[in-house]
Ligand binder design. Structure first.
Ligand SMILES: [Zn+2]
Length: 442
């Protein structure tokens, strides 16, 4: 017999609208909504009273590094992690996401092959966790990625694999797909030691347009999408022109980049949460105060262009960039939605659609995931209070009354370890403390 639930009296937010209505879940699907839910519900369905609650589709975090375990520096991440232990710890951290209402996420790049192993363990029923799509190691040219000089000029380190020639690019992509990657990720920018007058300030594009096209052609021929880390205008433009399927950051877009993104309808996930956490709470965790203005300017300049892209029909997803000490697991996944309201001027209903339905594309589940409608996968979160009035309600764990993933009600009461002490695992740099919601608001 299938599990079945009748959720009554909740304010149901889905597809940019809100209505007070019932939801009937049978097996892994929502099979009826509204009056039909009440009349179709089988006699043995478990009734859940959602009075006073907002019911939303499960959150989809488009940018979460599940294998990193909240490092405070790249040094910690690259030189103080071990594959077996990283996988075991990721299996606990994945459960924190689920309890925070994240029922699906994309891990674009992982250390070792942790993402692939974790996804398979979740899908195989070994551990409980969100629906997951994963990349392997991010492709970087020897110019480097955001880690600059920490990365070698060949080989692998941390989350990165260094590729140079066309042959190497093609071989690495095919190897990753053979190994089970759902996505290919490219750091389209790098951070050289010495910035030139022409590329000052910030990160510089480290791939040519032809190389980016080769990446897309190779991955797409095997049915695998490509995501790019693009933190300047030219990298965003060329990634869009090359056919990338998702772009992170898309910072400081100029007109030509915006035009390319709009022409290609390339989904964007700017992942402001990481920056905004440092801006708002950096002083509580000992971060460099000099970064505050730089990051606020980045958010403001970028938001104006992203709003134009959104108005032109470019899909906009929410990514928290969780996985660092500034963005620990299970704490900040919801925050991007509020930032879209504040900086892009989206309505809360639009922002919730970005944080849920828009992410279905990551899995190729458009029309099946991210709404509360008959025939959709039963991923739901019940939040105490009126979430449309206050998106921050999702930050308080006590407000999360129930989480369903694929029709299965998650046990929120079973304790999870939330801190561990492992010799040689932690070093200090990004911050002295971990920025939890409670600390931020203390
Ligand atoms: Zn990232």
């Amino acid at each position: 017999m299938k599990n079945s639930y009748l959720i009554k009296n909740g304010n149901v937010v889905s597809g940019g609208t809100q209505t007070k209505c019932s939801i009937f879940i049978e097996g892994d699907l929502i099979t009826a909504v509204g009056d039909a839910a009440d009349s179709n519900a089988a006699g043995d369905a478990e009734h859940i009273d959602a009075s006073g609650c907002t019911v939303i589709p499960g959150l989809v975090d488009a940018h979460c590094h599940i294998s990193f375990d909240e490092p405070k520096s790249n040094d910690e991440l690259f030189f103080h992690r071990r594959p077996g232990l990283a996988a075991m710890i990721a299996s606990v951290n994945a459960q924190k996401l689920l309890r925070a209402g994240v029922t699906s996420f994309l891990d674009p790049d992982c250390i070792f092959d942790v993402g692939i192993d974790l996804r398979d363990a979740i899908e195989g029923g070994v551990i409980e966790g969100p629906r997951m799509a994963t990349g392997g190691n991010v492709l970087i040219t020897c110019v480097g990625g955001t880690a600059g000089q920490l990365l070698p000029s060949e080989g692998k380190l941390g989350y990165a694999v260094i590729v140079q020639t066309g042959d190497e690019i093609v071989r690495e992509i095919r190897k990753q797909i053979k190994g089970g990657c759902d996505w290919i990720k490219v750091h389209v920018i790098g951070l050289p030691v010495r910035r030139t007058k022409r590329h000052n300030p910030g990160e510089i594009q480290s791939w040519t347009l032809d190389e980016l096209r080769l990446v897309c052609d190779t991955a797409h021929a095997l049915g695998v999408p490509v995501v790019g880390h693009c933190r300047n205008s030219s990298s965003t433009r060329d990634a869009a022109l090359a056919g990338f399927d998702l772009i992170f950051h898309s910072s400081y877009m100029e007109e030509d980049a915006l035009e390319a993104v709009v022409d290609q309808k390339t989904p964007l996930a700017p992942s402001f949460t990481f920056l905004r956490n440092l801006i708002d709470y950096g002083d509580k965790i000992g971060s460099d105060p000099g970064l505050r203005n730089i990051f606020m300017n980045e958010i403001e300049a970028t938001s104006a262009m992203i709003r134009r892209a959104y108005d032109a029909g470019v899909p906009l997803m929410c990514g928290s960039e969780s996985g660092f000490s500034v963005t620990p697991y299970g704490e900040w996944h919801y925050r991007e939605m509020g930032i879209y309201v504040e900086h892009l001027g989206l309505s809360p209903l639009e922002a919730i659609a970005c944080g849920t339905e828009a992410g279905a594309k990551i899995f190729g589940l458009e029309g099946k995931l991210g709404r509360i409608e008959p025939g959709y996968i039963a991923d739901l979160v019940l939040v105490a209070g009126d979430l449309v009035q206050d998106l921050d309600l999702l930050g308080h764990k006590n407000n999360i009354k129930a989480v369903f993933k694929g029709g299965k009600k998650i046990d929120l009461s079973r304790p999870l370890p939330d801190n561990w002490s492992i010799p040689g695992w932690r070093t200090g740099q990004f911050s002295g403390k971990t920025l939890t919601y409670d600390l931020a608001n203390s």
